[in-house]
Every structure is written in C-alpha cells, then in structure tokens.
Design a protein around this ligand. Structure first.
Ligand SMILES: CC(C)(COP(=O)(O)OP(=O)(O)OC[C@H]1O[C@@H](n2cnc3c(N)ncnc32)[C@H](O)[C@@H]1OP(=O)(O)O)[C@@H](O)C(=O)NCCC(=O)NCCS
Length: 168
C-alpha cells in the first residue's frame, strides 16, 4: 500500500483508463445501465481519481453528477477499476474511500452505484428501497446501492436518475 499514490485524473490518463475498462467489462460495457446514465456527461473532475504504482496507472474511479427526480445532491460512482495484476491489495478500497471523502467535501450528500453489496457494504452502501430510485435501464434491484454521506440525505429523494453536467 505504501507505494500506491492517488491523483486527480488528467486528460492524458484517458487511454489507460479506457483499456482497463475494456479489459474489465468487455464490449458489453456500452449497454450497461450505468454506462448509459454517464454517456455524454463529463464526470466530476474533482472526484475523478487515478491510482499509480511506480509511475504506472493501475486503477481509477469516477463519479458523475446525477439528478434523482428534482434533487441534484447526488453522484453516481463508476466505473471503479483496478488492474487485474494488482487486485486484492486494497487499492480499490483506497480509491473508493478517497472518492467518498472528496464527494463530501464537494457538498454531495448521496452516492449511488450499481455493484455488489459484499464489496460496497463496507463503505456504508445498501440496496435502495424498492422503487424509490429508478435507473433509466434495467438493473438488478439488489445491485442498485446508495450511501448517505450526509446523514438523512436519502429522505424524500425519489425518482428517475439522470446525469447532468457538474456545477462544481
Ligand atoms: C472491484 C475491483 C475494483 C476491486 O479492486 P481491488 O483493488 O482488487 O479491491 P480491494 O483490494 O480494495 O478489495 C479486495 C477485497 O474485495 C473483495 N472483492 C472484490 N470484488 C468483489 C466483489 N465483486 N464482491 C465481493 N467482494 C469483492 C475481495 O475478495 C477482497 O476481499 P478481502 O479484503 O476480504 O480480501 C476490481 O476487482 C476490479 O477492477 N474489477 C473489475 C471491475 C469492476 O467490477 N468494478 C466494480 C463495479 S463498477
């Protein structure tokens, strides 16, 4: 863990991140519901992080600003990627933890994602109450997860998820 460095993503990182994404999710990634939400909307730059080992990009995480119904205080986490050659060393956890700290500092109250509870539960993510928040495409409801980074932020928030250009 000592040599692992987290930095803000720059334009130069895009090819390496695209390659990690292609390796992890294959051609089917373009039809995933989370991908479709993010499509055409830039991620929040202050929350776009890359992970480095000895000058090599080995991971990254992005967050996209979303509207849930009329509420604009949320971000969608994803993709989270770690190079298969260095998985299981805590780099994924470090990227998510750092992203959540920064999301709170940027004033976001909620983080949504599509993923596995056994992995994301440790950060406080749990399944969205059935029907409260709706993705624009098909998603296994058990994998649509939310974490309140401001306590109580989920209360009264409901509706369809739609990405929007970040205002911060
Ligand atoms: C998910 C991913 C980012 C994890 O990265 P990582 O650096 O290996 O993760 P960490 O080292 O921080 O955590 C590893 C732990 O998570 C567990 N884990 C990894 N993926 C998991 C999953 N899908 N479900 C449950 N547990 C999982 C490992 O078993 C390990 O457990 P341990 O801490 O008890 O040993 C990486 O496997 C990856 O890039 N996968 C492909 C892309 C993907 O699925 N991204 C997430 C959805 S967007």
């Amino acid at each position: 863990m000592t040599n692992f460095k987290i930095q803000l993503e720059t334009a130069d990182d895009a090819p390496a991140l695209s390659q990690l994404s292609a390796d992890a999710f294959g051609p089917g990634r373009f039809s995933r519901s989370a991908y479709r939400v993010r499509e055409g909307v830039p991620p929040v730059l202050a929350l776009s992080l890359t992970g480095w080992l000895a000058g090599r990009l080995v991971g990254g995480v992005r967050f996209t600003a979303i509207r849930i119904g009329d509420d604009e205080g949320a971000v969608l986490l994803g993709p989270l990627l770690v190079d298969p050659r260095v998985r299981g060393k805590g780099y994924g956890k470090a990227l998510v933890s750092e992203g959540l700290v920064r999301a709170r500092k940027e004033g976001f109250g909620l983080v949504l994602l599509v993923g596995d509870v056994p992995y994301y539960g440790r950060f406080g993510f749990a399944a969205v109450p059935p029907g409260q928040i709706v993705m624009p495409g098909p998603v296994d409801p058990a994998r649509l997860l939310v974490a309140e980074i401001t306590p109580g932020a989920l209360e009264g928030v409901a509706g369809q998820i739609k990405a929007h250009a970040p205002s911060r």
